[in-house]
Design a protein around this ligand. Sequence first.
Ligand code: PSV
Ligand code: MN
Length: 392
Amino acid sequence: MHTFAQIAPLLEGQAIEVPSWAYGNSGTRFKVFGSPGTPRTVEEKVADAATVHRFTGLAPKVALHIPWDMVDDFGALRRHAEDLGVALGTINSNTFQDEDYKFGGLTHSDPKIRQKAIDHHFECIDVMHRTGSQDLKIWLADGSNYPGQADIRGRQDRLADSLATIYERLDESQRLVLEYKFFEPAFYHTDVPDWGTSYAQVAALGERAVVCLDTGHHAPGTNIEFIVAQLLRLGKLGSFDFNSRFYADDDLIVGAADPFQLFRILFEVVRGGGYGPANPDGTSEVAFMLDQCHNIEQKIPGQIRSVLNVQEMLARALLVDLDELGAAQVAGDVLGAHQVFMDAFYTDVRADLAAWREERGLPGDPMRAYDESGHQAEIEAARVGGSQMSWT
Ligand code: PSV
Ligand code: MN
């Protein structure tokens, strides 16, 4: 196993993108609880994201959702973010909250509605030019509820056409990232249910079209780390939407439900070359994003906890000595190989990470530092009046 000192330099470039919607009130199909201090504007959401970065040094970008985060002047929003020390990241499109999309958007059989969904993506690309964002992330609510309701094959063909039209509009530095989800809101079939469908669709588009893996979007028991390994092997893993789940798309704090699964996923990321400086700007080609909601816990600490969980499991995954592991695997030493893997997983890196943070002028314990900073009380007092933002 490597030592912490050996892997510490590799932690340097870690960047996790936080979602703007994590700071607004959000929820399930049931009650959406309000909480004191919730942002009332997009600018306040960006400020909260910047707070997470200030306490952790891990979250330099904030992802936006259009139209939830629509503003008149994205240039001004970009400057606001930069003034606070963060950048605007992935632009997420949304074709799941408009009456017209009852039977789908990019797959719709009515050319007018399909064009409307395509135009929405053109609008998102315009936003990307103003925000300096690299990725356009597409998740579709398209699908059907009853066998026979829809022409599954026709919808795949129309999806391919729509995506090609959108892809053509992107410039050389921008990527199209297609997210899959096996159910919900459609229950019989979804048009992009799995990594294979997403892969087939993006492979037909070109180099700059890649897959987004949301960790909450699989059937229970799915071996997600296998999908990670396969997509990296194919050069098509574009980004993660990290969160954790017990039952379905629970959107809980990443690493909370099953830290071992997060470790296994991050191990395959490291093993497959998905972590590390791959782009000229020093960032990895795989964007580490969170896609979470904080319904009953405080939102800023919820996000701080999340990015720390990712950092912690990444550090443990980096501890695995791939040569040692490979030798045990080749020798057929089943339990020896397993032990190499588990020794890294069971290594508590929290004290080392605290010292590492302090060396960089960051708080050793960001959760405690946030608690003691008085920031939560300040925003709760300052953000009285106006209407709190929510995820719709
Ligand atoms: C869909 O469930 C999803 O994971 C997509 O990424 C959306 O953009 C996001 O949730 C909205 O919360
Ligand atoms: Mn997602």
